[in-house]
Design a protein around this ligand. Sequence first.
Ligand SMILES: Nc1ncnc2c1ncn2[C@@H]1O[C@H](COP(=O)(O)OP(=O)(O)OP(=O)(O)O)[C@@H](O)[C@H]1O
Length: 247
Amino acid sequence: MHEFQGQAAVVAHAVEKSFGGRRGLPQVDVLRGVSFTVPTGSMVSIVGPSGCGKSTLLFCLAGLDPVTAGNVQLLGNDLSTLRPGALARLYRDRVGFVFQSYNLVSALNARENVVLPKRLAGHRVDLDHADAVLTGLGLADRTRTGVNRLSNGEQQRVALARVLANAPELVFADEPTGALDSAASRLVLGKLREHANSGRTVVMVTHDLDAATLADHVLVMRDGIVTHMLTGASSAQILKAMEGNAA
Ligand SMILES: Nc1ncnc2c1ncn2[C@@H]1O[C@H](COP(=O)(O)OP(=O)(O)OP(=O)(O)O)[C@@H](O)[C@H]1O
């Protein structure tokens, strides 16, 4: 169970993650043995009730938080042995993470936020390309606006543009439509779907079951485990799996 066919962009094997348990803090076991494979060129959604461990799983898969037990392979790299410099290079060249909290630089405008990773890496920056990516996300008239003057939904799209502008092989996105209205959500999801259609890989956490159906595969979680792995699922099928978990 929980195996997809195809070459793997991410492999999770018996992943466990606990917080606390030291200095008198109670131990919280958030991930309790999660195994699955994300095939290259696919889009995968992770759904489940609030607090079931979706964001924690995404951070562990992305190498941004160490696992307590088990193992993650990211684009063929074993995260348990990967040196910090190598992980930084993966993020510079091959992987992008869209944070739920955006993590934009508030003193810069939208286009400068988009080119910032390239600037920091000392690479040539292409502001016209940044504008084109922002325009594709409905932000044509916001490219030169300071991000501290943008709405939450606009900032969320700038954060996605910053990742997509680098065309990484693998994108992690934590609730990428959380602050968006339905029209902007459609734009964002369309771009993520396009990204996967071009042979790249997208792993997305979402509360929105309609959004989840755009993915090739849907992982349904409950209490730190993956209970269902659905392929080509409708929102009714996802809901049924989640309701089965709640019963
Ligand atoms: N650093 C931490 N220390 C202690 N507990 C944590 C920490 N991070 C997360 N948790 C706990 O882990 C559990 C899962 O959190 P997580 O954010 O992964 O859930 P989620 O499914 O993404 O929730 P939501 O849908 O509400 O965003 C929660 O009970 C949370 O309180």
